[in-house]
Design a protein around this ligand. Structure first.
Ligand SMILES: [Fe+2]
Length: 286
């Protein structure tokens, strides 16, 4: 059943890989609602709700970052801006959808978490004994209504597909909408630029979603396959973790889980969602 959560309805969501949408309709699911995506004879994408007796009217649709975006409500802003997408020398690497039996907000929270690197992505994004998360800053930026975590750093044994040596990497996290999270990291082969890695989450049900990592990289050496493999290995490791967290819906009450210093960005993300009044995929509203 389609959610009645206004906050969730009034967001944009990536719902399909644009290249996968053709004249042949594909049905997917968003916020409890079946939707169908196809292309008109002139190539324009179309998304409609599946109703008991046919299809609803065409929903707002955007084709951006290799995905089709739509909304079941009335967003008060456009699809998020990723300025790196406009830089012609970057590799655009859409990594494919991964379905997960958990809520969208749990997936965002896991993406923000550095403390799990040595234990979940052992010898890739982290390794013992370097398990400490150095202090960082996290805030809600009111002017843009986004969550940012800055001055993050972590020791990584293999910081990118191009690298085989370990080092402290500097990371910046951005949550531009409740179901999109991004990571910026200093690009190993161009130290004055930042690689951008976005995770687009399609919340299908309260406790079911799929997510697609989309990377904009300054990397002229790695093969597309190597880049895909690097990201997919990491993401499948994350799926095991997020599917085993309880509750599956993200608790928004501050006392529900006891945070540590490393969880600061998660605390701010939860506070932001609570302020917005997001109910879909969360628990513990006051
Ligand atoms: Fe992870």
């Amino acid at each position: 059943m389609k959610t009645d959560d206004r906050v969730a309805l009034d967001e944009w969501y990536a719902v399909e890989t644009a290249a996968a949408v053709t004249a042949a309709p594909v049905v997917t699911h968003l916020l409890g609602q079946d939707i169908v995506c196809d292309r008109l004879p002139d190539g324009a994408p179309r998304v409609r709700e599946c109703l008991a007796d046919g299809f609803g009217p065409a929903l707002p649709v955007r084709e951006r970052y290799g995905c089709l975006w739509t909304t079941l409500g009335h967003p008060n802003r456009d699809v998020i801006a990723i300025t790196e997408a406009d830089e012609p020398d970057r590799r655009h690497v859409p990594c494919g959808w991964v379905k997960m039996r958990t809520s969208g907000p749990r997936v965002v929270e896991n993406f923000l978490d550095m403390a799990h690197f040595p234990f979940v992505h052992t010898d890739i994004l982290g390794a013992e004994p370097n398990t400490e998360v150095p202090a960082y800053a996290s805030e809600i930026r009111r002017d843009v209504d986004e969550v940012w975590a800055t001055n993050c750093s972590f020791f990584q044994p293999r910081i990118a597909a191009t690298e085989t040596q370990g080092d402290f990497v500097r990371l910046t996290y951005r949550v531009p909408s409740p179901f999109v999270v991004m990571l910026y990291r200093v690009c190993p082969s161009a130290p004055d630029r930042l690689d951008a890695i976005a995770l687009f989450i399609q919340p299908m049900e309260e406790e079911l979603c799929r997510a697609q990592p989309v990377m904009y990289l300054v990397d002229s050496c790695s093969t597309h396959t190597a880049l895909l493999n690097f990201e997919q290995v990491i993401f499948l490791q994350d799926r095991i973790i997020v599917e085993n967290q309880r509750p599956l819906r993200l608790p928004l009450e501050p006392r529900h889980e006891i945070p540590t210093r490393a969880d600061k960005s998660s605390v701010v993300y939860r506070r932001w969602l609570k302020e917005k009044g997001l109910r879909f995929g969360t628990v513990g509203h006051g």
